[in-house]
Design a protein around this ligand. Structure first.
Ligand SMILES: [Zn+2]
Length: 354
């Protein structure tokens, strides 16, 4: 086949790219006094990268869970309000432009793709907005949340997050509420996302559920050995259940000089070698745009609390998705494999579960 690499990139990009983790709603919330943020600040990069579906993650920062606004029983009520506002902004911004759609079913994902729209699948990273009230899960389902990770790095009412060190996460798994959330997600048709949860919680979720799980955004411990990432054993568990793992762009290596596009692809290759090409996708977790909006003091706070993120120079925002496609081709991935990584595997999960 004599097709030029440019043609191959173009052809593979045209089908669209699915990124299952993006902190979009929290940025829209922070910019809630402004209008048309999605179209003016995000659309150009989405279009340049042929992004078709984005996992838009509801996430509540620590400062919104502080002493203010707690209920009598002490649940962080403010987290609920911020989550609702994040969803409200996502709907308002989506409706302000013809270029976007919120997708709640596989059929809606297909429709968005057919119409050339950029679709959002709403996800939740940490169940802080639910407090300890399972009824809220139903409400968020009605609002469109279709994937839930029980925890971020911190401990909450459902369980414990994996820490940013090789060991030391709490040895226990889920709380009784966490188990209820896992069961209810399966009953409602919410995809369970194993990103961030500590190793004990990871295993417990798999032991009490039956559907394919996802890990929306993670890296492999083989190359960055922290509990926030996943071990070969965990990768095999996801593969054994027909799940999909999205590779994260910001925890590729503890070393800045090793945080490269090629090393990102090493993570993809490692997962594919362990459990096959059908189980690996993309969860870019592009975060530089938020990080750079912060004052230095907050950047340092994040580094102290978790770790210093190393952004990959040529894989820092959605317009860079083409660089990934090009490099996958250069490294010898077949067209069929590239398509699975860029979208096919996530589409299979949507078809099975949404
Ligand atoms: Zn995350």
């Amino acid at each position: 086949m004599n097709e030029s690499i440019e043609n191959r990139i173009e052809r593979l990009q045209t089908g669209g790219i699915i990124d299952m983790h993006f902190d979009l709603p929290m940025d829209l919330f922070e910019k809630r006094e402004r209008r048309d943020v999605l179209r003016t600040e995000f659309l150009p990069e989405f279009e340049a990268g042929n992004i078709s579906i984005v996992g838009a993650a509801i996430y509540i920062e620590d400062r919104y869970l502080s002493a203010t606004g707690r209920t009598r029983r002490g649940e962080p009520q403010n987290g609920l309000r911020v989550a609702l506002d994040q969803i409200a902004r996502l709907y308002a911004e989506t409706e302000a432009s013809q270029r976007f759609a919120i997708c709640k079913t596989y059929r809606e994902v297909q429709a968005a793709q057919e119409m050339g729209k950029i679709g959002f699948v709403i996800t939740m990273e940490g169940v802080e907005p639910l407090g300890t009230d399972l009824n809220q899960l139903r409400v968020f389902y009605e609002l469109g949340v279709r994937a839930i990770g029980l925890t971020h790095a911190r401990t909450n009412s459902a369980g414990h997050g994996g820490i940013f060190a090789p060991s030391g996460s709490p040895a226990e798994g889920l709380t009784p509420f966490g188990r209820e959330v896992a069961h209810e997600c399966e009953a409602l048709g919410v995809i369970i996302d194993l990103a961030h949860i500590n190793p004990a919680g990871f295993e417990e979720i798999l032991s009490i559920t039956t559907k394919p799980p996802i890990v929306s955004h993670t890296n492999v411990r083989r190359y960055y050995n922290i509990e926030r990432n996943i071990s070969d054993e965990q990768i095999r568990m996801v593969g054994g259940r027909g799940g999909v793992i999205g590779v994260n762009s910001i925890l590729v290596s503890p070393r800045e000089e090793e945080s490269t596009l090629d090393h990102y692809i090493d993570h993809i290759e490692h997962i594919a070698e362990l459990i096959g090409i059908d189980s690996v996708g993309i969860g870019f977790d592009f975060f530089a745009f938020i990080f750079r909006q912060w004052p230095e003091s907050r950047q340092k706070e994040l580094a102290a609390k978790f770790t210093k993120p190393h952004f990959i120079p040529d894989l820092t925002n959605h317009s860079h998705a083409r660089n990934l496609t090009r490099r996958l081709i250069e490294r010898g991935f077949s067209d069929a494999d590239v398509e699975k990584i860029l979208r096919g595997n996530w589409l299979r999960i949507f078809k099975q579960l949404l």
